[in-house]
Design a protein. Structure first.
Lengths: 806, 287
């Protein structure tokens, strides 16, 4: 019996399926510099495109003189809005139902906006010619303060839609207003606030940041004039959606467009949108008949392709004196920049921001969001988070701390008091989401125990006393966050992008010798799909993960899917993979029954084979079955062993976690030192623990960057600040603390394998944990909230305001 | 982020290099490690037509140490400075400063000559050279001359060096044996220029400060030799009061820009804290 069990274990291990810390198959090429990124693509005769960009935040274009640029040897063309107008391509639709100028039409609306596109023999000539395109501007007053956007005398930004009273999401109140969106019962919330024993209110701003992937955005467009087919290689997080959009914009039939996402060096939401560079490269290729490459540089990436956040959130909580929360009210002023190019499911102009009741059982809630135009770059993408979920988590996790201060209650205790209880799941939130599963108290308590929370608070009390006695100039802060995400968009009933339902897909072909190829509608940007999805399949179909090749990103071969962002790959495409695997297994069972001459119902699945119940010696392995599928005629069955699944998830998934951060602050300099960080994540079934840990490390490091330093800001006349890596904070290994990771496992009840997605949790939960820690360090001195980023000078200014810098 | 076109020269002797600079007067610049120049070229803030690379010129390399003089060739890299135990034994602040400059990859290429000739107030070595009262040796068609580090810097990227001149070496009077030293630099991350930084060397005898020098980085458009701050220390018992006076004196001469590192008042404040910590650390290191 024992021998039998160990043989079983051996077979299971050989598969490297669910739960195995299988090494990433991608790394063999990445660690050898053998990845194939867009900029590695070199086609015969390929030309290069480069942009002339606006030096102004807001200006009227008086004239554009291309002569000097065109005279440079090697320059092929200089495109402006005038050249695109006849094709009706000077504006393009955005994912948010707005339009965006491909090349500035009469006006520029943000610094570094695309004004002209130079096409030349190589990128060096193109760069020289860019300098020689002479553009004359009349500067206009720039609008950079979102709070001033709807003032009566605020400058008109969008001449092109100035008479449009109706936006994509309802009426517009002002020429700089984009939309108003609300959810919840405001009257009940107002009543709760009026009746409350305790209320708190705070303006919590989440600054404009940028996903800043290592690889910037770019593409190669190649129009084959012989067969009329346009191929576009690009850094696309959603290749199929790009194909559909490209077909709609260019009128090239969809079957004649091929979109390929090769290796992508990080996306984090930055590569979801459609950018002027793609359109210009495609147009230039269609016109010239030769391939055109466009790759942005770092400054262009940080200042022109999609930013994230820029939410000003006013939160109000109503509570009883014992800490029971009785209502949440929130209004958001959302700065969308010059064009509304947010990447959200179409019906959700503020994404899933209404997850802002977070992990807490809040009986009534209301959110209202107003989006406004400003003279800043467009965007508003989900930077390593599901749509606006990190903003929502930041709001509620900060508000809980603000309330704790007011009640003079420990923030951990206040959380434990209000967390949704295990027996309440599935739980419908006041703002309409059905949380599929959770066990929050177990996670929170495990976290508090792991960090020895009581001891930390005691140490902090001693530190504060010593500070007041003048014995130290360092203050200790403890930050807690218990976040709930909403990922895996999403059910077609409420989630679509430009009418495309947000399902996803997997197609599997089992080859005669028992290996397999699987293709998905998603695209990895570093998440390790080729590793983990093969693991899902290995467990489902009993073929070792090493014998399964996974392909994504080529619309000519992969089944249609909505791509990778918002932690949707595992919840949606991962589910499709399992379901397609099950179809394979169902057919395999029929084949095995025929081969073993038994009834299907007499067979049972065992790791990698079907065996006759009660007689395991009589079995057929998947490998044997695969061969039979191709080499013999089986009555009633088609030959071959293939399956495809399109998965429309019944619900989102709701990963959660409990994080604790301890920071020491040098009050004299504002320098912060993250002493420790503990992250407990519950992402349901864990497919590959090593990859999960890697994802958590990466996400926490981004959260550190956001909370402690990242910011894209603008001066009063619209000059962008922080648009380079000297100023935009990307932590190195030196600034990155040790991450202590942990987990609980609460499988999703509706997902075929119970997985929930994890890539974005650490960004969502990390930011409030860091910020709460910094705020906590000064809490005893009366601080309720100080804005991010918590870089040295802002922390010092906070200390100064509190009279601590002496 | 692509530089304008340029021609590249790599002479083997100083004479040839000076010849090239003269021949292409006004359009040629020296390139050493390239780690300040090339970023400027990529932003097209510098558009030289000729680059004269001095890395192959043997006479510009090498470190020589004697009891009264340290001479460092212009092309000695920051990594070389860190590696030299001989240098460390007589003037440890050079290693301490180099270790806080840029990152290891940049230090492998960046040279001391480039760092001090560049004229960027963010560079760390100029303040150290003022601290140590170094001489810069400049050579051009007109021959060789010496300029004191303390008078070399005129404004951001403007120095006493003539266009056709090459900085060949740096001469530092060997600091007294047993001195205490410290370079305190606050920065946002590895590889960043200082929010504010301060260097201090001092000596003490029978409880009294017998010599002191203080200099500041990146809190004005040039490095700052803080003469008054040093005076506050000299002859004092190096107690809290003297340190406080030195800190105030140092702060008084700062004129920092407001940028991503913080507003001016903050950077002035931090400059004082850096001075205070540098003095305290230097005192703790006095033999
Ligand atoms: C990311 C990054 C971070 C950095 N951080 C820091 C930092 O924290 N602190 C710091 O001090 N520096 C920093 N640097 C700059 C770095 O130390 C440079 O290497 C150094 O400033 C210049 O040395 P170089 O040899 O590279 O000079 P180059 O870049 O080759 O030259 C710089 C300038 O000096 C001139 N020049 C060079 N050598 C001579 C010579 N012998 N005679 C006459 N003129 C000459 C050149 O013409 C040019 O104008 C950083 C650089 C980078 C890229």
């Amino acid at each position: 019996m024992n021998a039998h069990t160990s043989a079983d274990t051996e077979r299971v291990e050989k598969l490297q399926g669910l739960g195995s810390s299988r090494r990433r198959v991608e790394d063999a090429r990445f660690t050898q510099g053998k990845g194939n990124y867009v900029d590695d693509i070199k086609l015969p005769g390929m030309l290069f495109g480069d942009f002339v960009r606006s030096p102004y935040g807001h200006a009227r274009i008086k004239s554009i003189d291309k002569k000097a640029a065109l005279a440079v040897p090697g320059v092929v063309a200089v495109l402006t809005a005038e050249d695109l107008k006849p094709l009706n391509l000077h504006y393009m639709p955005t994912l948010a139902g707005d339009v965006q100028a491909v090349l500035a039409d009469e006006k520029v609306l943000f610094q570094n906006q695309e004004v002209a596109f130079v096409v030349a023999e190589n990128r060096y000539v193109a760069a020289d010619a860019v300098d020689l395109v002479e553009v004359e501007y009349d500067e206009l007053p720039a609008l950079v303060d979102a709070f001033r956007a709807m003032d009566g005398n605020a400058p008109l930004l969008r001449d092109d839609i100035k008479d449009k009273k109706e936006g994509a999401h309802g009426p517009r109140r002002h020429h700089n207003h984009i939309f108003h969106w609300e959810e919840g019962d405001e009257a009940s919330v107002n009543r709760a606030l009026a009746d409350a024993e305790v209320t708190v209110e705070e303006l919590i701003s989440y600054q404009r940041v940028h996903p800043c992937p290592l690889e910037t955005c770019g593409c190669v467009a190649s129009m084959d004039k012989v067969n009329g087919k346009l191929t576009l290689w690009g850094t696309f997080q959603a290749p199929h959606a790009v194909r559909t959009v490209a077909s709609l914009i260019t009128n090239i039939p969809e079957h004649n467009i091929r979109i390929v996402s090769p290796d992508i060096g990080g996306g984090f939401g930055n590569k979801v949108g459609v950018y002027p560079g793609y359109i210009c490269a495609a147009v230039a290729s269609i016109v010239t008949g030769v391939p055109i490459k466009w790759v942005e540089d770092r400054i262009e990436n940080l200042t022109a392709t999609a930013f994230a956040r820029d939410y000003h959130m006013t939160g109000r909580l109503a509570a009883k004196r014992d800490g029971t929360i009785t209502g949440l009210h929130c209004h958001v002023l959302a700065d969308h920049g010059a064009f509304d190019a947010c990447a959200d499911p179409t019906k959700f102009p503020a994404g899933f921001f209404n997850i802002c009741t977070g992990s807490y059982d809040i009986p009534v809630a209301y959110v209202g969001v107003d989006g406004v135009y400003t003279n800043k770059a467009p965007g508003g993408v989900a930077y390593r988070c599901s749509f606006r979920v990190t903003e929502a988590a930041y709001l509620i996790e900060r508000m809980i701390d603000v309330l704790a201060r007011k009640l003079d209650m420990d923030p951990a205790e206040l959380r434990l008091k209000n967390l949704i209880r295990k027996e309440q799941f599935p739980y419908t939130s006041a703002l309409g989401w059905e949380y599929d599963s959770g066990d929050y108290h177990t996670a929170m308590n495990k976290a508090l125990e792991a960090v020895d929370y009581k001891t930390l608070r005691n140490e902090q009390a001693r530190n504060r006393a010593a500070f007041d006695r003048g014995e130290t100039r360092s203050l200790m802060g403890i930050g807690i966050a218990h976040f709930t995400e909403i990922v895996g968009a999403g059910p077609i009933k409420n989630c679509d992008i430009l009418g495309l339902g947000m399902f996803d897909s997997c197609e599997i072909r089992i080859h005669p010798t028992g290996s397999a190829t699987a293709r998905l509608g998603t695209i990895s940007q570093g998440q390790g799909h080729a590793t983990t999805f093969a693991q899902i399949l290995a467990t489902e179909i009993g073929i070792p993960a090493d014998d399964i090749t996974l392909e994504e990103g080529d619309t000519d071969t992969a089944p249609y899917g909505l791509g990778t962002y918002g932690s949707r790959s595992t919840p949606v495409a991962g589910a499709a993979t399992a379901m397609a695997g099950r179809k394979i297994r169902a057919k395999a069972q029929m084949i095995a029954a025929y081969l073993l001459e038994v009834h299907e119902g007499d067979l049972e699945w065992d790791v990698d084979r079907f065996q006759v119940k009660g007689n395991p010696e009589a079995h057929k392995t998947m490998k044997e079955i695969a061969f039979s599928a191709y080499n013999q005629a089986i009555p009633g069955l088609e030959p071959g062993l293939e399956a495809v699944s399109y998965y429309d998830p019944p619900n989102m998934t709701y990963p959660f976690g409990a994080y604790v951060c301890v920071v020491d602050i040098d009050v004299d300099t504002g320098v912060t030192d993250i002493r420790s960080f503990y992250a407990l994540d519950d992402c349901g079934t864990r497919i590959n623990p090593m990859i999960i840990e890697g994802q958590v490390h990466g996400g926490l490091t981004e959260a550190l960057a956001i909370a402690m330093g990242q910011e894209i800001s603008y001066d009063e006349i619209g000059n962008v600040q922080g648009g380079n890596l000297m100023d935009f904070f990307l932590p190195t290994a030196v600034e990155t603390p040790f991450w202590q990771t942990d987990h609980t496992t609460t499988p999703s009840p509706h997902h075929p394998i119970g997985a929930k997605g994890v890539g974005e949790s650490p960004n969502v939960g990390g930011v409030p944990a860091f910020s709460n820690a910094v705020n906590d360090a000064f809490a005893h001195k009366g601080l309720t909230h100080t804005q991010m980023p918590h870089d040295h000078w802002r922390v010092w200014k906070t200390a100064q305001r509190l009279g601590l810098t002496g | 982020m692509i530089s304008a076109a340029f021609d590249y020269h790599r002479p083997g002797t100083l004479g040839e290099a000076i010849g090239l600079l003269t021949e292409h007067d006004g359009t040629a610049v020296v390139i050493a490690g390239g780690h300040s120049l090339i970023p400027m070229m990529k932003l097209r803030m510098a558009t030289p037509e000729h680059l004269v690379d001095i890395q192959d010129i043997a006479e510009l390399s090498g470190i020589a140490v004697s009891s009264d003089m340290i001479e460092i060739g212009a092309t000695v890299t920051q990594s070389d400075l860190i590696a030299s135990d001989e240098l460390f034994s007589v003037c440890p602040i050079l290693r301490e400063t180099s270790l806080q400059t840029a990152d290891p990859q940049i230090r492998n290429l960046g040279t001391i000559g480039g760092n001090v000739a560049n004229g960027d107030p963010g560079n760390d070595m100029p303040a150290i050279m003022q601290l140590l009262d170094a001489d810069y040796i400049l050579q051009g068609t007109g021959g060789t001359r010496t300029v004191k580090a303390r008078t070399f810097y005129e404004a951001a990227f403007f120095t006493a060096r003539e266009e056709g001149e090459i900085l060949t070496s740096i001469r530092i009077p060997t600091p007294p044996f047993g001195h205490g030293h410290s370079y305190q630099k606050q920065k946002r991350k590895v590889g960043d220029y200082a929010t504010a930084a301060a260097g201090v060397i001092l000596t003490r005898s029978a409880g009294t400060c017998t010599s002191a020098s203080v200099a500041l980085t990146n809190v004005a458009d040039t490095p700052l030799w803080a003469e008054a701050a040093a005076k506050a220390l000299l002859g004092s018992d190096l107690g809290a009061e003297a340190i406080g006076e030195a800190v105030d004196a140092a702060r008084a001469i700062t004129e920092p820009a407001s940028d991503g590192r913080g507003p001016a008042d903050y950077r002035t404040h931090v400059a004082g804290i850096m001075v205070q910590r540098a003095i305290q650390t230097a005192i703790s290191r006095v033999a």
